[in-house]
Ligand binder design. Sequence first.
Ligand SMILES: [Zn+2]
Length: 294
Amino acid sequence: MFAYIKGTLEEKSTNYVVIEVGGIGYKIFMSNISINEIGELGNKVKVHTHYYVREDNISLYGFNSQEELRMFELLISVSGIGAKSAIAMLSQISSYDFALAVISNDVSKLVKVPGIGKKTAQRLAYSILEQPPERAKAFAEALVNAREKIHFCSVCQSLTDLEVCQICSDVARDKSVICVVEDPRDVMAFERTREYRGVYHVLHGVISPLDGIGPEQLKIKELMTRLSDEGVKEVIMATNPTVEGEATASYLSRLIKPMGIKISRLAYGIPVGGDLEYADEFTLARALEGRNEI
Ligand SMILES: [Zn+2]
Protein backbone atom coordinates (compact mmCIF):
# COMPACT_ATOMS: atom_id res chain seq x y z
CA MET A 1 0.00 0.00 0.00
CA PHE A 2 2.78 2.47 0.93
CA ALA A 3 6.06 1.84 -0.88
CA TYR A 4 7.82 4.70 0.87
CA ILE A 5 7.17 7.87 2.84
CA LYS A 6 9.13 11.07 2.30
CA GLY A 7 8.71 13.97 4.65
CA THR A 8 10.01 15.86 7.66
CA LEU A 9 11.38 13.91 10.60
CA GLU A 10 9.33 15.20 13.54
CA GLU A 11 10.02 12.71 16.32
CA LYS A 12 12.47 9.95 17.17
CA SER A 13 11.81 7.36 19.84
CA THR A 14 13.65 4.15 20.69
CA ASN A 15 11.49 2.06 18.36
CA TYR A 16 9.61 4.45 16.07
CA VAL A 17 9.82 7.74 14.25
CA VAL A 18 7.16 10.24 13.20
CA ILE A 19 7.42 11.69 9.70
CA GLU A 20 5.16 14.57 8.72
CA VAL A 21 3.79 14.78 5.20
CA GLY A 22 1.27 17.49 4.32
CA GLY A 23 0.03 17.98 7.87
CA ILE A 24 -0.21 14.27 8.71
CA GLY A 25 2.27 12.60 11.06
CA TYR A 26 3.01 8.99 10.19
CA LYS A 27 4.18 6.83 13.07
CA ILE A 28 6.63 4.32 11.62
CA PHE A 29 8.27 1.52 13.57
CA MET A 30 11.93 0.95 12.79
CA SER A 31 14.92 -0.99 14.05
CA ASN A 32 17.11 1.05 16.39
CA ILE A 33 19.99 0.66 13.93
CA SER A 34 17.87 2.44 11.31
CA ILE A 35 16.67 5.07 13.77
CA ASN A 36 20.27 5.88 14.65
CA GLU A 37 21.11 6.32 10.99
CA ILE A 38 18.05 8.24 9.87
CA GLY A 39 19.35 11.71 10.68
CA GLU A 40 18.36 14.79 12.69
CA LEU A 41 14.92 16.07 13.61
CA GLY A 42 13.62 18.60 11.10
CA ASN A 43 15.47 16.93 8.19
CA LYS A 44 13.75 15.68 5.05
CA VAL A 45 13.90 11.89 5.11
CA LYS A 46 12.68 9.01 3.00
CA VAL A 47 11.93 5.59 4.43
CA HIS A 48 10.88 2.43 2.63
CA THR A 49 7.78 1.07 4.28
CA HIS A 50 5.89 -2.11 4.87
CA TYR A 51 2.21 -1.81 5.79
CA TYR A 52 1.78 -4.65 8.23
CA VAL A 53 -1.75 -5.93 8.81
CA ARG A 54 -2.48 -8.71 11.27
CA GLU A 55 -5.45 -9.28 13.56
CA ASP A 56 -3.53 -7.94 16.54
CA ASN A 57 -1.29 -5.39 14.85
CA ILE A 58 -1.82 -2.85 12.08
CA SER A 59 1.29 -0.72 11.74
CA LEU A 60 3.72 0.88 9.38
CA TYR A 61 7.28 -0.40 9.50
CA GLY A 62 10.06 1.65 7.98
CA PHE A 63 13.55 0.94 6.62
CA ASN A 64 16.40 3.08 5.41
CA SER A 65 17.22 0.74 2.55
CA GLN A 66 15.43 -1.61 0.20
CA GLU A 67 17.72 -4.38 1.45
CA GLU A 68 16.60 -3.96 5.02
CA LEU A 69 12.97 -3.92 3.87
CA ARG A 70 13.47 -7.14 1.92
CA MET A 71 15.15 -8.77 4.88
CA PHE A 72 12.19 -7.79 7.06
CA GLU A 73 9.74 -9.20 4.52
CA LEU A 74 11.72 -12.40 4.36
CA LEU A 75 11.73 -12.71 8.14
CA ILE A 76 7.99 -12.22 8.54
CA SER A 77 7.33 -14.77 5.80
CA VAL A 78 8.66 -17.42 8.18
CA SER A 79 5.92 -18.87 10.35
CA GLY A 80 6.41 -17.93 14.00
CA ILE A 81 8.09 -14.60 13.25
CA GLY A 82 5.93 -11.51 13.54
CA ALA A 83 6.81 -7.91 12.76
CA LYS A 84 8.01 -7.16 16.29
CA SER A 85 10.40 -10.11 16.36
CA ALA A 86 11.63 -9.24 12.89
CA ILE A 87 12.41 -5.68 13.97
CA ALA A 88 14.06 -6.98 17.14
CA MET A 89 16.27 -9.18 14.99
CA LEU A 90 17.18 -6.34 12.65
CA SER A 91 18.04 -4.27 15.74
CA GLN A 92 20.37 -6.79 17.35
CA ILE A 93 22.35 -8.53 14.72
CA SER A 94 24.20 -7.06 11.76
CA SER A 95 23.14 -8.37 8.40
CA TYR A 96 26.58 -9.93 7.92
CA ASP A 97 26.44 -11.87 11.20
CA PHE A 98 22.89 -12.78 10.39
CA ALA A 99 23.89 -14.17 7.01
CA LEU A 100 26.82 -16.06 8.46
CA ALA A 101 24.65 -17.55 11.19
CA VAL A 102 22.15 -18.68 8.60
CA ILE A 103 24.64 -20.13 6.16
CA SER A 104 26.70 -21.95 8.74
CA ASN A 105 23.48 -23.08 10.40
CA ASP A 106 24.70 -21.61 13.69
CA VAL A 107 21.31 -20.72 15.05
CA SER A 108 22.68 -19.95 18.52
CA LYS A 109 23.21 -16.32 17.40
CA LEU A 110 19.62 -15.99 16.23
CA VAL A 111 18.20 -17.54 19.38
CA LYS A 112 19.61 -14.65 21.46
CA VAL A 113 16.95 -12.40 19.97
CA PRO A 114 13.92 -12.15 22.28
CA GLY A 115 10.91 -13.94 20.84
CA ILE A 116 12.97 -16.27 18.63
CA GLY A 117 13.02 -19.84 19.86
CA LYS A 118 15.31 -22.57 18.61
CA LYS A 119 12.66 -24.10 16.32
CA THR A 120 11.83 -20.75 14.76
CA ALA A 121 15.47 -19.90 14.23
CA GLN A 122 16.03 -23.23 12.54
CA ARG A 123 12.96 -22.74 10.34
CA LEU A 124 14.22 -19.30 9.44
CA ALA A 125 17.68 -20.56 8.59
CA TYR A 126 16.24 -23.22 6.33
CA SER A 127 13.82 -20.95 4.55
CA ILE A 128 16.62 -18.52 3.79
CA LEU A 129 18.97 -21.23 2.58
CA GLU A 130 16.28 -22.24 0.12
CA GLN A 131 16.24 -18.81 -1.50
CA PRO A 132 17.86 -18.76 -4.94
CA PRO A 133 21.13 -16.76 -4.94
CA GLU A 134 19.53 -13.91 -6.97
CA ARG A 135 17.01 -13.23 -4.23
CA ALA A 136 19.60 -13.63 -1.55
CA LYS A 137 21.59 -10.93 -3.31
CA ALA A 138 18.64 -8.61 -3.33
CA PHE A 139 17.83 -9.05 0.32
CA ALA A 140 21.29 -8.44 1.66
CA GLU A 141 24.68 -7.78 0.14
CA ALA A 142 26.08 -9.22 3.30
CA LEU A 143 24.41 -12.52 2.69
CA VAL A 144 26.05 -12.73 -0.71
CA ASN A 145 29.47 -11.83 0.69
CA ALA A 146 29.14 -14.46 3.35
CA ARG A 147 27.80 -16.93 0.84
CA GLU A 148 30.83 -16.44 -1.39
CA LYS A 149 33.06 -17.25 1.55
CA ILE A 150 31.26 -20.51 2.14
CA HIS A 151 32.35 -23.50 0.12
CA PHE A 152 32.51 -27.25 0.40
CA CYS A 153 34.88 -28.78 2.95
CA SER A 154 37.67 -30.41 0.98
CA VAL A 155 37.21 -33.62 2.98
CA CYS A 156 33.52 -34.19 3.75
CA GLN A 157 31.98 -31.75 1.20
CA SER A 158 29.81 -30.10 3.85
CA LEU A 159 29.54 -26.28 4.00
CA THR A 160 32.27 -24.32 5.74
CA ASP A 161 34.19 -21.06 5.54
CA LEU A 162 37.43 -22.96 6.27
CA GLU A 163 39.46 -25.21 3.99
CA VAL A 164 38.61 -28.20 6.17
CA CYS A 165 35.47 -27.97 8.31
CA GLN A 166 35.43 -28.04 12.10
CA ILE A 167 34.13 -31.60 12.27
CA CYS A 168 36.78 -32.99 9.92
CA SER A 169 39.57 -31.15 11.70
CA ASP A 170 38.41 -32.19 15.19
CA VAL A 171 40.96 -34.73 16.49
CA ALA A 172 38.39 -36.15 18.90
CA ARG A 173 36.18 -37.39 16.07
CA ASP A 174 36.43 -41.01 14.99
CA LYS A 175 37.67 -40.87 11.40
CA SER A 176 37.12 -44.60 10.89
CA VAL A 177 33.34 -44.17 10.72
CA ILE A 178 31.79 -42.11 7.93
CA CYS A 179 28.11 -41.25 7.89
CA VAL A 180 26.97 -40.61 4.32
CA VAL A 181 24.18 -38.03 4.00
CA GLU A 182 22.41 -36.26 1.16
CA ASP A 183 22.59 -32.69 2.35
CA PRO A 184 24.63 -30.45 4.70
CA ARG A 185 21.47 -29.94 6.75
CA ASP A 186 21.46 -33.64 7.55
CA VAL A 187 24.89 -33.18 9.14
CA MET A 188 23.38 -30.56 11.43
CA ALA A 189 20.51 -32.89 12.26
CA PHE A 190 22.93 -35.63 13.36
CA GLU A 191 25.06 -33.15 15.28
CA ARG A 192 22.00 -32.14 17.28
CA THR A 193 21.69 -35.71 18.58
CA ARG A 194 25.12 -35.36 20.24
CA GLU A 195 25.32 -39.15 19.88
CA TYR A 196 27.50 -39.47 16.84
CA ARG A 197 31.28 -39.16 17.14
CA GLY A 198 32.31 -40.20 13.63
CA VAL A 199 32.64 -37.99 10.58
CA TYR A 200 30.40 -37.32 7.57
CA HIS A 201 30.34 -37.34 3.83
CA VAL A 202 27.80 -35.13 2.03
CA LEU A 203 26.67 -36.41 -1.38
CA HIS A 204 24.77 -33.23 -2.33
CA GLY A 205 21.78 -35.12 -3.64
CA VAL A 206 20.71 -38.62 -4.54
CA ILE A 207 20.78 -40.63 -7.73
CA SER A 208 17.58 -39.77 -9.57
CA PRO A 209 17.46 -40.78 -13.24
CA LEU A 210 14.13 -38.95 -13.71
CA ASP A 211 15.80 -35.67 -12.74
CA GLY A 212 18.88 -36.52 -14.78
CA ILE A 213 21.04 -36.96 -11.68
CA GLY A 214 23.53 -39.78 -12.01
CA PRO A 215 26.37 -40.86 -9.71
CA GLU A 216 28.80 -38.50 -11.45
CA GLN A 217 26.76 -35.46 -10.34
CA LEU A 218 27.18 -36.44 -6.69
CA LYS A 219 30.25 -36.38 -4.43
CA ILE A 220 30.73 -40.13 -4.85
CA LYS A 221 34.21 -39.97 -6.39
CA GLU A 222 35.35 -37.95 -3.37
CA LEU A 223 33.84 -40.56 -1.05
CA MET A 224 35.61 -43.41 -2.80
CA THR A 225 38.93 -41.56 -2.54
CA ARG A 226 38.42 -41.17 1.19
CA LEU A 227 37.54 -44.81 1.61
CA SER A 228 40.71 -45.95 -0.13
CA ASP A 229 42.97 -43.54 1.81
CA GLU A 230 41.72 -43.02 5.31
CA GLY A 231 41.52 -46.41 7.03
CA VAL A 232 37.75 -46.31 7.23
CA LYS A 233 36.14 -49.27 9.03
CA GLU A 234 32.46 -48.45 8.68
CA VAL A 235 30.21 -46.47 6.38
CA ILE A 236 26.74 -45.57 7.64
CA MET A 237 24.27 -45.00 4.83
CA ALA A 238 22.10 -42.17 6.09
CA THR A 239 20.37 -41.16 2.89
CA ASN A 240 16.65 -40.40 3.29
CA PRO A 241 14.27 -43.40 3.31
CA THR A 242 12.83 -42.46 -0.08
CA VAL A 243 13.00 -44.50 -3.29
CA GLU A 244 15.96 -42.43 -4.53
CA GLY A 245 17.64 -42.50 -1.12
CA GLU A 246 17.38 -46.29 -0.95
CA ALA A 247 18.60 -46.70 -4.52
CA THR A 248 21.59 -44.47 -3.81
CA ALA A 249 22.42 -46.42 -0.65
CA SER A 250 22.37 -49.74 -2.45
CA TYR A 251 24.36 -48.34 -5.37
CA LEU A 252 27.02 -47.16 -2.93
CA SER A 253 27.09 -50.41 -1.00
CA ARG A 254 27.72 -52.33 -4.21
CA LEU A 255 30.70 -50.05 -4.83
CA ILE A 256 32.02 -50.25 -1.27
CA LYS A 257 31.45 -53.93 -0.41
CA PRO A 258 34.47 -55.21 -2.37
CA MET A 259 36.71 -52.92 -0.25
CA GLY A 260 35.92 -54.98 2.83
CA ILE A 261 34.42 -52.05 4.74
CA LYS A 262 31.40 -52.59 6.99
CA ILE A 263 28.29 -50.90 5.61
CA SER A 264 25.24 -50.10 7.70
CA ARG A 265 21.93 -48.41 7.03
CA LEU A 266 19.81 -46.33 9.41
CA ALA A 267 17.16 -48.52 10.97
CA TYR A 268 13.85 -47.84 12.71
CA GLY A 269 12.67 -44.47 13.80
CA ILE A 270 12.74 -42.52 10.56
CA PRO A 271 9.29 -42.51 8.94
CA VAL A 272 9.27 -44.03 5.47
CA GLY A 273 9.00 -41.32 2.83
CA GLY A 274 10.06 -38.83 5.48
CA ASP A 275 12.84 -36.31 5.48
CA LEU A 276 15.84 -36.63 7.80
CA GLU A 277 16.16 -32.94 8.42
CA TYR A 278 12.74 -32.79 10.08
CA ALA A 279 13.30 -35.76 12.35
CA ASP A 280 13.65 -34.87 16.03
CA GLU A 281 16.89 -35.60 17.88
CA PHE A 282 15.45 -38.59 19.71
CA THR A 283 14.13 -40.34 16.61
CA LEU A 284 17.38 -39.74 14.80
CA ALA A 285 19.47 -41.01 17.73
CA ARG A 286 17.38 -44.19 17.88
CA ALA A 287 17.71 -44.73 14.16
CA LEU A 288 21.46 -44.34 14.43
CA GLU A 289 21.71 -46.69 17.36
CA GLY A 290 19.65 -49.40 15.62
CA ARG A 291 21.40 -49.30 12.26
CA ASN A 292 21.92 -52.65 10.50
CA GLU A 293 24.70 -54.04 8.42
CA ILE A 294 23.67 -54.28 4.78
ZN1 LIG B 1 34.49 -31.60 6.59
